[in-house]
Every structure is written in C-alpha cells, then in structure tokens.
Design a protein around this ligand. Structure first.
Ligand SMILES: [Zn+2]
Length: 279
C-alpha cells in the first residue's frame, strides 16, 4: 500500500433491510431477517483488506441481536449510534429525539462497556429543519457526527453546507461534523460516497470523484448498509424513487468494494477526524 495516500473513513449503518424503508419500529415484525448473513459477508470483506470501520448501530439491533454488536466491537471496529427507531429526525420533536437517542446509547453502551461518542442520523435527516439536533447530540455526549449531506435530495441535504470536516458549535459544547462526501461538478455537489450513489454511478466516476477529494488534500467518508451487498434482498413494493435507489445494482456492490478497497486507504471515522483536528 502507498503510505503517502490519504486515509479515508469507512462507515456502515448497521440495520436490517426493512428498517431503512420508512416504517415505524412497530411495523418491523414479520420481515425476513438478513442482517447477520450480510454483516458476516461485509466483515469478511473488511478483514480481507485489514480495514477497520465505524459502525453506526441501530439501538433496536443492540436490543434484538446483542451478539452482533459485541462481535463487531470485539473485531476492533468503532461503534457509533444510528438512533433506536430509525425515524426522520426532522419529523420528531426535540423531546422524542432525545428520548430515542438516550435509549439507543444506553443499550449499546451496556453491550460494549464504553461510551458511544459518534452518531449518524437515519436518512441523513439533520437538515436546516432539524439543526436543533446538534444541541441534543452534544448534551448526550456525542463528539463526532456524520449526518449532513451537502447536496439536494428529496429526503435530505443542505445544498450549500461545508463539504469537509469542521467544528459545529452547540449550546452544550463543540461537535466535529464529517459531512457525507461530494465532489464539485459545474457548481453542483455530486455525492460520490457510497450507498445508492456507489451502486448507480459507474465505478470510474466514483473513483474519479473520490480521488479528486484526496487530491484536494481532504479525506472522504464512505457509507454502506449490509443489505447493499445482498442481491437476494426481498422485493417489496416501495414508492418511487425509493424503489429504484433501494434495489439498483445490488449485484455489483461486492465487486466494486474489492476495487474500492484495493485503491483507497481506510480507517474508522474517529481516527480520520482525530488526525484532521491536528492540522
Ligand atoms: Zn439507516
């Protein structure tokens, strides 16, 4: 490996496939559980390239499948939170969000025996309507966040937001934000950092965008869900455009991850931010 390469953050939102389709937790029963199988496939891939990642754990997973959370932690990956119930933050009241996150943090911290200090919002749902969430994150001990997407999307995004890691001042102290990575193309911030973008855009475009961010002297942050390496993900009827983005190119993901892992250097988000702070 070229040691002069910039180290980037690899992150996983740890949830099962039916938890990311807009349902409330009480409607999650009855769907086929595929998380354990997909997680093991993903952990195997990370191990093959000796990559440690940050896993943003859904509190519901800590409750229902504690062995998986313990396993991820034991392997040396970093543990963050992804709330308990996977709801859009901008649809919650401040009180509901605080209660949900508090529950998630306690469940996960009890399992791993340490404080959880990193966070990612479900559906990147910290937008201009829910910036109040930062005060609550800091209040509950979160120091590192990756929820802001500096782009325009029908469900998320703050189009003009800062594109690289930066401090956010809150009523309860400072948080470091690692925005989801975008590359500037003709004045537009094009997302090139994982998920559906990774599956839909040609790999050559992803590679170009990610290399450009590194050439500009910054690390990028990449995200993935375990379900995205599962071409057999059960088909359910979803509204457009989610139907398209949810199922597009699932069979390509594993092969593309091999290429990504061979060409870029990765570490957990926390380590990448720690070195960024020292600049
Ligand atoms: Zn999620």
């Amino acid at each position: 490996m070229d040691e002069t390469k910039i180290t980037n953050a690899f992150t996983v939102d740890l949830e099962d496939w039916y938890q990311g389709i807009g349902l409330a937790p009480e409607d999650w029963n009855g769907y086929e559980k595929r998380l354990e199988m997909n997680l093991h496939k993903l952990l195997g891939l990370l191990d093959e390239y000796e990559i440690k990642a940050t896993f943003f754990i859904l509190g519901h997973i800590s409750k229902e499948s504690p062995h998986l959370v313990r396993e991820v932690h034991k392997l040396g990956h970093r543990i963050g939170s992804h709330t308990y119930g996977h709801q859009f933050i901008y649809e919650l009241t401040e009180e509901k969000f605080r209660a949900d996150l508090d529950k998630a943090l306690k469940l996960t911290e009890d399992l791993i025996g340490e404080k959880v200090r990193s966070f990612r919002a479900p559906y990147f749902s910290i937008t201009k309507r829910s910036l109040w969430a930062f005060d609550i994150l800091a209040e509950l001990g979160i120091e590192h966040d990756s929820s802001i997407f500096p782009t325009r999307n029908y469900r998320y995004g703050i189009p003009g937001a800062e594109r690289f890691p930066h401090r956010v001042a809150t009523r309860n102290g400072e948080i470091w934000e690692f925005p989801l990575s975008t590359v500037k193309v003709a004045g537009y911030n094009l997302p090139v950092c994982g998920g559906a973008y990774f599956r839909i855009l040609p790999f050559s475009l992803t590679r170009w965008g990610l290399s450009k961010i590194n050439q500009e002297g910054h690390p990028f942050i990449f995200y993935l869900h375990p379900r995205e390496i599962d071409p057999e993900c059960p088909r359910v009827t979803l509204p457009l455009p989610l139907r398209f983005t949810f199922y597009a190119n699932l069979k390509e993901t594993q092969g593309r991850l091999h290429r990504l892992f061979s060409e870029f250097k990765f570490a957990p988000m926390e380590s990448v931010l720690e070195s960024y702070k020292l600049r």
